[in-house]
Design a protein around this ligand. Sequence first.
Ligand code: AMP
Ligand code: MG
Length: 408
Amino acid sequence: MLEMIPLETALDLLLKKSNCCSTEAVELSAAYRRVLAEEIVAATNQPPFNRSPLDGYALQGADLAGASHESPARLRVTETLQAGYVAKGKVEAGTAIRIMTGAPVPDGADTIIRFEDTREENGWVEVYVELAPGSNIANAGEDIRQGELLLKPGSLLESPQIGVLAALGVPNVPVYKRPRVAILSTGDELIEIDQELRPGKIRNSNLYTLAASVRESGGEPILLGTCPDVLQITAEKISAGLNRADLVVTTGGASVGDYDLVQKAMKQVGAGILFWKIAMKPGTPVVAAEAGEKLLLGLSGNPAAALISFEVLVRPLIKKMAGFAEYLRPRVTVKLMDGFRKKSSQKRFLRATVKLVNGEPCAYLAGAQNPGVLKSLLYTNALLEVPGNRAPLMAGEMIEAIITGHLC
Ligand code: AMP
Ligand code: MG
């Protein structure tokens, strides 16, 4: 029998054996939440020209020396310039061009005065304030400098990144392909979610939980459905998963029960077992195998155990395959507000809600911690990591939390 291994060792081993997917180009409008595969260096300045940041007059600042309400500067208005056009003429001493926000600063002008400090009549504008030459000019490159490294490979493309790519004129974006992750739920007790409950049966929730988690991790779920605890069928489904996906994840049948057949099924499809059982709770029964370049992971069928082992073991793997530069969740030291007395020789993850109380992150246990209880995950935005063989946890202690959701 293979030995139980520490989570860190298991994760290290799997990460070493996984690689980024290949790349493809997608249209910018389809790039939301994709992972950038190349550096983005600004090919142009943004803005590309010196422009007016407000509606007003372009002029020479020196003409405003000594201007006030009592003795305004008087300048001749030579033209009106709308955003999107270039001035026909130049600004010379004693003249001004009426200019709108976003229009290029005309030649000869070094200052923009806002409408609110002026009054125009019969082709002349009176300016009531002084302004230092150079005021109110948004310089070319004020936002982005040509040649600047803006985005690194492995960055997630969200609204600001997409905006920057649009501003720089990148209509097709190089991204990593999403890893395809086949998900199979095993268990004779499982029925489909649209079926009536019958004695002894439960609905297959893991398939949907994990499919959502695969998406959140940047992967593309392939739902292989439900399969009974029958070796031949399990092996066939796993084999189908290997044909269609980059990674195969199963739930159920990974423990020591008479009908726990996933490990056998993995061997039957020719996969080599890497490890079986991780020293953690919930989620001890994890079987990992490899078939060629592809990994297979069999998780516990208990809904919370399946999701938590996915979170700490499979998510980082999918993120790495998806090309993310960062694939681990942030960790924060939090104050535990409730005690937890149960001792364990294995590392334990406790479901908790972390809230900021007077600016301090405080963790409240999210309810029942049993591996078969799914509901407490509804109230979980953090997993508290309790090392093995640790004394019972007391309220008020500081503990490390993996932040898995939004802070309340
Ligand atoms: P197993 O890992 O097969 O020993 O299953 C452990 C527990 O999880 C049992 O109570 C199963 O009925 C339950 N279970 C297994 N698979 C699923 C699933 N896909 N959805 C919900 N519960 C499951
Ligand atoms: Mg089972």
